[in-house]
Design a protein around this ligand. Structure first.
Ligand code: PEP
Ligand code: MN
Length: 641
């Protein structure tokens, strides 16, 4: 049962309820949600809920209808975010776990770890105990394999996961792994589940070959009832009559499971298909289905792999896959999980040393707009939940906030796929040489018709939004609300705040869904933009002294530059030619007037950083010689798409 506590419950009252339930034989867990704090009580005992309902501090008692209790959404509305080392799985993230089927030797695991980390994996997998169909097949290196996996994880700064097959190995394995893996064949090995659950450590629970979703969730319940609440579910294909693939990937299980449980679910395209060529498309299908990540087998030399070679990706294929997943993320409203790189010692302040270099708590992030703006969404995706936000009235205010140190970072739009470049950001960047671009974030702009709760289409007489919002939803407005007056507003989320203040059913606003949530409004129509490929790209800005902490999260592969050239024939051409001659790919070129210098221009360029950074340094040096002014605006990790 779920015991919902009153907001004003005293600690003593809470203790009383808790001890009462424990004494009756229940396992009691406290869950602090956004709205309510509840005590979840599960156990074999039966108890008249009214005896609990009458206790001081208790608001109500709700029975859980499902056979799985601790794992159910009824118990906890918010998504559980499982933390494995520095990596988070769940919520709005897509985590990519990769590695070989089995650890084979030192060189193999080191080489694979290096390449998957470089490509963007956040966790390393590798079997040391392999439950093989044949007793004559390679069974894994055992503890020796775990030692090697640990070494590789530490060397490349990734938490590790490996399969546990026997309850007697649990204690030993806990010394090495950051997350246990329960294999498909052991999903209902209840003694194993209990032993692993007792450690309280994170567990990756594969779906059994012939398990129903309910059986799978009951297995999760075993783990949770034994002591861990850190469970990640993994859909890895089920047995069907189909023989074309090794198993049948049940993508539809992903949204089903997400409805039923608060636990994160990821997918394993490798064991689901058993065929290398199917791994990338099925990975994308898993992410498109709403999963919190994928676990993929990668091998440096698949043709010689001791196990599962035919389904293992080559490192280059894996790299391409991570890029594709990253491009898909904004479509499903997620961002790719990254893990911090180790900061050079000299870059760490004492405070950071204490907290861990990329702990962003107590960090303030400035953005332009009111709460619920797309910029805030971009800011949320760029940092974890611990940061606080500073909404700024204008772009200039947001730049000033970062410049003055009021905010450590700023998130400002630089380009929209339909509206083009956001000139304000480039112009202000030119005026703030003390700021640098440290990152890039991409957000899908999905517009909604937002109204006062209870409003119907026929009530609406006026629609407020930013002119771009109105423009981008013109086809919808022409068709569905041809007679409604369209009123431009300074900001999309601001328009929602405004109509919320009016509380009038004759007005509506067009904005993103976070704005509706913030201001307690209702979404009457979702996704009303004419063109669904509507994305905005944001720069993450910082003062130089805070740049490295953000940059350290991933390897930069893009640079932004600005320069001006003398007013003579071929001057611009000369700089662009240098870029071309170095074989560097230019991805954007923009020119802006220089204030106070009529008809003179500042050029903005974005480029893909070459693998060999010395080439970029040479390029920068040459441009500096040819240009009148030159500045590296920043280097950062690209968000493709
Ligand atoms: C594995 O991940 O290596 C594995 C054996 O997976 P499954 O248990 O899903 O077959
Ligand atoms: Mn395998």
């Amino acid at each position: 049962m779920i015991v919902i506590l009153k907001q004003g419950i005293t600690p003593q009252e809470k203790d009383k309820v808790r001890s009462f339930l424990s004494e009756k034989g229940f396992i009691v867990k406290e869950i602090v949600g956004q709205q309510d704090t509840v005590l979840g009580a599960v156990g074999k005992v039966s108890l008249d809920p009214r005896t609990v309902e009458l206790m001081p501090g208790v608001s109500s008692v709700v029975p859980i209808s499902k056979p799985y209790k601790l794992a159910s959404r009824e118990m906890k509305k918010e998504d559980t975010i499982v933390q494995v080392g520095n990596v988070k799985i769940g919520g709005n993230r897509v985590a990519v776990i990769a590695g070989p089927c089995a650890v084979e030797n030192y060189d193999q695991i080191m080489s694979i770890a290096e390449s998957v980390r470089e490509a963007g994996a956040v966790m390393l997998r590798g079997g040391a105990f392999k439950p093989r169909t044949s007793p004559y097949a390679f069974q894994g290196l055992g503890e020796e394999g775990l030692k090697l996996l640990r070494k590789a994880g530490d060397a490349f700064d990734m938490p590790i996961t490996s399969e546990v097959v026997s309850p007697s190995d649990v204690k030993m394995m806990a010394e090495y792994v950051d997350m246990f893996q329960i294999g498909a064949r052991n999903m209902q090995n209840f003694e194993l589940l209990k032993e692993v659950g007792k450690t309280g450590m994170p567990v990756l629970l594969k779906r059994g070959l012939a398990a129903t979703i309910e059986e799978w969730l009951m297995a999760a319940e075993y783990l949770m009832a034994s002591g861990t609440d850190q469970v990640v579910l993994c859909e890895r294909g089920i047995r069907t009559f189909e023989k074309a693939t090794r198993n049948t990937l049940d993508c539809s299980a992903i949204p089903v499971v997400q409805k039923l449980t608060h636990l994160p679910v990821i997918g394993d395209p490798s064991h689901a298909t058993g065929i290398r060529d199917m791994v990338a498309p099925m990975s994308l299908a898993i992410v498109a289905s709403g999963a919190s990540g994928v676990i993929v087998e990668v091998h440096n030399c698949p043709e010689k792999a001791f196990s599962d070679g035919p389904q293992s990706l080559f490192p280059s294929q894996f790299k391409k896959l991570v890029h594709d997943i990253q491009a898909l993320c904004p479509v499903v409203g997620k961002s790719l999980e990254k893990i911090p790189r180790v900061l050079p010692e000299s870059m760490k302040t004492q405070e950071e040393e204490k907290k861990g270099a990329t702990d962003f708590s107590a960090v303030t992030v400035a953005f332009q707009g009111v709460r619920g703006a797309f910029s805030e969404l971009a800011a949320r995706r760029s940092f974890d939940e611990s940061v606080s936000f500073l909404p700024c009235h204008s772009f200039a205010d947001a730049f000033d906030a970062v410049s003055s140190g009021k905010a450590k970072y700023g998130v400002l739009p630089v380009e929209n796929t339909l509206g083009g470049t956001v000139y304000d950001t480039l112009d202000l960047l030119a005026m703030h040489p003390e700021l640098t671009v440290v990152g890039e974030q991409q957000v899908r702009v999905m517009h909604n018709l937002i109204v006062v709760p209870g409003t119907k289409m026929e009530d609406i007489k006026k629609v407020y939004s930013h002119p771009q919002g109105i423009q981008q939803c013109r086809a919808f407005l022409d068709k569905e609300l041809p007679n409604a007056e369209r009123i431009p507003f300074f900001d999309t989320a601001g328009a929602v705040e405004y109509i919320a203040g009016l509380g009038d059913k004759s007005v509506a606003a067009i904005a993103g869904s976070p704005a509706a949530y913030y201001y307690g409004m209702e979404i009457l129509r979702q996704g009303i933009e004419t063109d669904a490929s509507n994305y905005t790209r944001f720069y993450i800005l910082a003062r130089e002294e805070n740049a490295e902490v953000y940059r350290s999260q991933s390897k930069a592969d893009k640079a932004a530059l600005s320069f001006s050239v003398s007013d003579e024939p071929g001057a611009l051409m000369d700089v662009l030619k240098t870029i071309a001659e170095k074989g560097v790919n230019m991805t954007k070129l923009e020119s802006r007037p220089i204030p106070g210098k009529p008809w003179e221009y500042l050029f903005f360029v974005e480029l893909q950083l070459p693998e060999d950074m010395s080439k970029f340094d040479e390029l920068a040096e040459e441009i500096m010689k040819k240009a009148v002014s030159f500045r590296i605006l920043g280097t950062y990790t690209s968000v493709i798409g």
